[in-house]
Design a protein around this ligand. Structure first.
Ligand SMILES: Nc1ncnc2c1ncn2[C@@H]1O[C@H](COP(=O)(O)OP(=O)(O)OP(=O)(O)O)[C@@H](O)[C@H]1O
Length: 237
């Protein structure tokens, strides 16, 4: 299995405050890798840095062997790395379809219609409501839209920032089972979650982030069984 993403000794700071304090991890092709941690652990900061929206203070990020830590964000999308952000960040006044098309901005080929259909196959509600203003969608529907939009760039690696946040258990199940579907279709996934159970169940590999440092790693199953994870993240005594 080849390494798709390699993050090495990554440090990210906001002014004098270090939010990420020297983390290293890898994502292999075809895997779902989960990064879990509580509020403020540095999960979003890590994803935003990989996407090129923030610059590291030190360390390196390689995507398919190529360093990307100085590459502009739009070029990173073109290389095949997409980010579905926390809080979804959809465009509320635009229609569902217009939002999806924005996800294809970096594409130059002519298959965009086919990919729209693939997004509608993945989440039928997006197709049924393609002309509806996205701002009128529920939280779960907006999450589906954000994932569909990220898939429109045909990513090799999809990064999902807390897709389960604020969703009903049923909606969460739908969104999470899509993670498995996308993996089966050949997409590699880096999943950031506070919901350790949902994220680790699906993960080939997981990392636990605490105040900017990786404190534990292992297979998803190993982490779900570990006492530390059970106590801190699954609320067990
Ligand atoms: N723009 C910013 N300016 C200053 N500090 C920031 C900024 N964004 C995040 N931080 C700080 O960096 C740390 C890591 O934040 P980050 O959002 O990466 O955590 P997180 O693990 O994604 O948390 P959450 O699950 O709450 O989203 C926190 O202490 C946060 O307050």
């Amino acid at each position: 299995m080849s390494t798709m993403l390699e993050v090495k000794d990554l440090v990210v700071a906001y002014g004098k405050i270090k939010a990420v304090k020297g983390i290293s991890f890898t994502v292999d092709e075809g895997q779902v890798v989960s990064l879990i941690g509580t509020n403020g652990a540095g999960k979003t900061t890590t994803l935003r840095t990989i996407s090129g929206l923030l610059r590291p203070a030190s360390g390196s990020i390689r995507f398919q062997g190529k360093r990307i830590d100085e590459t502009p964000a739009h070029d990173i999308v073109s290389l095949g790395l997409a980010h579905s952000p926390e809080g979804r960040r959809i465009f509320p006044r635009l229609s569902v379809e217009q939002n999806l098309l924005l996800g294809a901005f970096a594409r130059r080929d002519g298959d965009i219609k086919k990919d729209l259909q693939a997004a509608y196959d993945l989440f039928p509600i997006l197709g049924e409501r393609r002309a509806q203003a996205a701002g009128t969608f529920s939280g779960g529907e907006q999450q589906m839209l954000a994932m569909g939009r990220a898939m429109m760039s045909r990513p090799k690696l999809l990064m999902l920032d807390e897709p389960s946040m604020g969703l009903s258990p049923l909606m969460m199940k739908t969104v999470m089972s899509t993670v498995t579907t996308l993996q089966e279709q050949g997409t590699t996934i880096l999943l950031v979650e506070q919901n350790a159970q949902a994220a680790l169940k699906r993960a080939s590999k997981g990392y636990v982030l605490e105040v900017g440092k990786i404190v534990l790693s292992g297979t998803g199953a190993e982490l779900l069984e570990s006492d530390e994870v059970r106590k801190a993240y699954l609320g067990e005594d």
